[in-house]
Design a protein around this ligand. Structure first.
Ligand code: ADP
Ligand code: MG
Length: 311
């Protein structure tokens, strides 16, 4: 096992492309682009809670950064810099090397510089702080929905949760669905291009990490509005339906936009080669109330809305 400083030098120190001073000093120096606001967010991944002890280290490295980049997508921001605090047991060098490979693959695919962090021995956990930029006043927030806005979701929600259910033996998936669900679980793709394209169009955006209904619930609370949902092709019942409605970990974007933008958003789906599905509308009615109907128009009461670490 190399020393802390050898680990940092060997695995977490790389050239930067837009940073004044990166890893190695007491603090990093960045020069924000004039006219932009900085968007800053942090996320923890803890073994046993967010990933299993036998998780593939390369996929875990990817996901550790991807979930943070996803928060930038949900703000309409361009991700720029990241810090990584790592708590590591006496891991093998191979494990850390693979983790770093996955982490930097994700960093490279979104132009993110790793500019610092902290490394200590202990039960495995990772905390990334991410910094992005957005033109002043243009960030996509959770509190801007208006009655009459359409509600949209990107991609195919529920796949990560379904993949996890398969791994836990609660269902058995077959190819090609199995491969798609495991990819969604292990290698989530942050929707940065979508987030950037939604600036000036979306009234609200949030990334789905806790579950579609739970995250929509956060939007409704902050916007003090209700919603009517009718999700096209919602699975009729059972685990698949629960995964779509309440499955976490998808990192798709849920957003709202004025109904007049419906055709622009449909066109955007083609341009980004990403499904964008209209799943309902925001209504004035009781703040936080969410009425969900199936394809035939009957009201459904879901078993659960999503994930809460403290329930
Ligand atoms: P300090 O004693 O000032 O906290 P450290 O010895 O912890 O500094 O870290 C030395 C340098 O390495 C710092 O620039 C820090 O930001 C960076 N660093 C430490 N751990 C990591 C990591 N896991 N990833 C990236 N940079 C790291
Ligand atoms: Mg330190």
């Amino acid at each position: 096992m190399p020393s802390e400083f050898e680990l940092i030098a060997r695995f977490f120190t790389r050239g930067t492309s837009h940073t004044v001073l990166g890893v190695g000093d007491d603090g990093a120096l960045i020069a924000p682009t004039p006219g932009k606001e900085l968007v800053i967010s942090t996320d923890l991944l803890v073994e046993g809670t967010h990933f299993l002890a036998d998780a593939d280290p390369e996929a875990l490295g990817w996901k550790t950064l991807a979930v943070n980049i996803s928060d930038m997508a949900a703000m309409g921001a361009q991700p720029r810099w990241a810090l990584l605090a790592a708590v590591l047991p006496a891991s093998t060098v191979d494990w850390i090397e693979a983790f770093a490979r996955g982490f930097f693959a994700c960093a490279d695919s979104h132009g993110v510089d790793l500019i610092g962090g902290d490394t200590t021995r202990g039960p495995r956990a990772f905390c990334v702080t991410i910094i992005g930029e957005v033109p002043a006043g243009q960030a996509l927030r959770r509190d801007g929905a208006k009655a009459g806005d359409s509600i949209w979701i990107s991609g195919k929600p529920g796949r990560a949760a379904l993949g996890l259910a398969h791994l836990q033996g609660r269902t058995t998936l077959a190819e090609p669905q199995l491969g798609e669900c495991l990819a969604a679980l292990h290698r989530p793709q942050p929707r940065i291009s979508l987030g950037l394209a939604l600036r000036g169009i979306a009234s609200v955006a949030i990334d789905v990490s806790d579950g579609l209904l739970a995250d929509l619930g956060h939007v409704l609370e902050q916007s003090k509005l209700g919603a009517r949902l009718q999700i096209p092709n919602l699975p009729v019942a059972g685990l698949e339906r629960d995964c779509v409605l309440a499955g976490g970990d998808d990192y798709e974007l849920l957003f709202t936009a004025a109904a007049g933008s419906d055709s622009d958003i449909a066109a955007l789906a083609g341009k980004l080669q990403l499904p964008l599905t209209r799943i309902g509308e925001i209504v004035a009615g009781p703040p936080g109330e969410l009425v969900l109907r199936d394809d035939s128009g009957s009201i459904i009461t879901p078993a659960c809305r999503g994930y809460d670490h403290f329930l």
